[in-house]
Design a protein around this ligand. Structure first.
Ligand SMILES: [Mg+2]
Length: 394
């Protein structure tokens, strides 16, 4: 099965719990810090490589459309499906049936649950039809408690059960077959579809303790004003390519030439899970030498990204320098110059504090130092994940 590409977001609710705050705005567009909440949510989805987004709109949908028109989706396709009357979560989804991939992620548009979506979606669903991302909390009484047994959801209780436990985090991996039988009209996933799947043993769950905030609750909307901008302020991990994530095999530029360094996928996944933006910064003088072109490098990087995603990881940006001083005038991107690090953090703002680079040559380390961050020399004599784990433990 191909990697999951599609994320569907429920943005059509009225948001009654927030009182008059949502009189003029749909809840996902409420300001958090200096921009709408939905922009943070879309940023976290798109940076992980999901390039098909469907917004299930209803209440004040014209404002959702205006927002999407102005939003920089970095090439992702964002569609809006609007319900003409409130259909509930299941009804809104069924209303968009012809837009859905066979397997897709569904999430609430008022919650930021910062999980690794590639890892969540990586294994195939069958024979389950729905996988829930569950959040451990100190007290489940404000939510509904969920219990798991051997990875299968055992019960989904109503609100009011106190004490530590698991709650539904509002992110689901769904097979289209789970909703094909809903039919037109009002339907609640939580009250109608999930209990049925649970009874059939076709509802599974994964536990997480990652950042979780539901802005639909007034006290958490206040908290979001500082907590969500802080979450988006991530450090960067810059990785040299040849000699760090794949063996340096003399101007590799095709997938069949790539031999992965042991632990490469696991290392990037650890960085993803630990809250780093991960950038590949690579000198590709083979372009200046006429051995291959920039298109070949971009195609190779697209393939590498798919391989990372299949392994539950993602790269936030690939940056390469096509120059060589023998063939070009001096550039500011070829390492030891820091130009690629500057470009990467211009495209995706990252904080310097806690950022670092891993490279196998002196020029890598020099580029890091000129940028103002430490560089770590990797010589291939250790599993890359273990190497990364030691750096980020410090
Ligand atoms: Mg290298």
């Amino acid at each position: 099965m191909d990697t999951t590409r599609q994320v569907v977001i429920l943005v059509g609710g009225r948001g009654t719990r927030l009182g008059n705050l949502t009189d003029e705005n749909p809840k996902p567009l409420l300001p958090v810090g200096d921009r709408p909440f939905l922009s943070y949510l879309l940023d976290t989805i798109i940076r992980q490589g999901f390039d098909k987004i469907v917004l299930l709109a209803g209440y004040r949908s014209a404002q959702i459309a205006d927002f999407v028109a102005a939003y920089d989706a970095h090439g992702a396709d964002i569609r809006i499906v609007t319900e003409t009357e409130p259909l509930g979560t299941g009804g809104a989804l069924y209303n968009a049936l012809d837009q859905l991939d066979q397997q897709f992620i569904l999430m609430n548009g008022d919650t930021l649950f910062d999980i690794n979506l590639n890892a969540f979606a990586a294994p195939q669903l069958a024979p389950a039809l729905c996988r829930l991302a569950l959040r451990t909390v100190d007290d489940t009484s404000r939510y509904g408690r969920v219990t798991l047994q051997h990875g299968h959801v055992n019960s989904m209780a109503e609100k009011g059960v106190a004490g530590e436990g698991l709650i539904n985090g509002g992110i689901y991996l769904l097979d289209k077959a789970a909703i094909a039988g809903i039919g037109a009209g009002f339907c609640s996933l939580e009250n109608e579809v999930f209990p049925e799947l649970l009874a059939q043993g076709r509802l599974t769950g994964l536990e997480y303790s990652n950042f979780f905030l539901d802005i639909g609750i007034p006290v958490d909307y206040d908290l979001a004003q500082t907590a969500i901008p802080a979450l988006a302020d991530r450090p960067a991990a810059f990785l040299d390519r040849d000699g760090v994530i794949n063996e340096d095999s003399n101007y590799a530029h095709r997938p069949d030439q790539i031999r992965w360094i042991p632990g490469a996928f696991e290392a990037v996944r650890l960085l993803n899970d630990s809250g780093y933006n991960v950038f590949v910064v690579t000198n590709q003088a083979g372009i200046a030498r006429g051995m291959y072109d920039a298109l070949a490098v971009n195609q190779l990087h697209d393939w590498m990204q798919q391989e990372f995603r299949r392994h539950g990881a993602h790269i936030d940006g690939f940056h390469f320098c096509p120059h060589h001083p023998e063939f070009d005038t001096a550039c500011d991107c070829r390492k030891p110059e820091p130009g690629m690090l500057i470009a990467a953090t211009a495209a995706m703002p990252s904080r310097l504090q806690g950022s670092f680079l891993i490279g196998d040559k002196d020029s890598d380390i020099q580029a890091a130092n000129r940028f103002g961050i430490p560089g770590h020399s990797f010589q291939g004599d250790e599993n890359l994940r273990d190497f990364v784990a030691r750096i980020i433990e410090k």
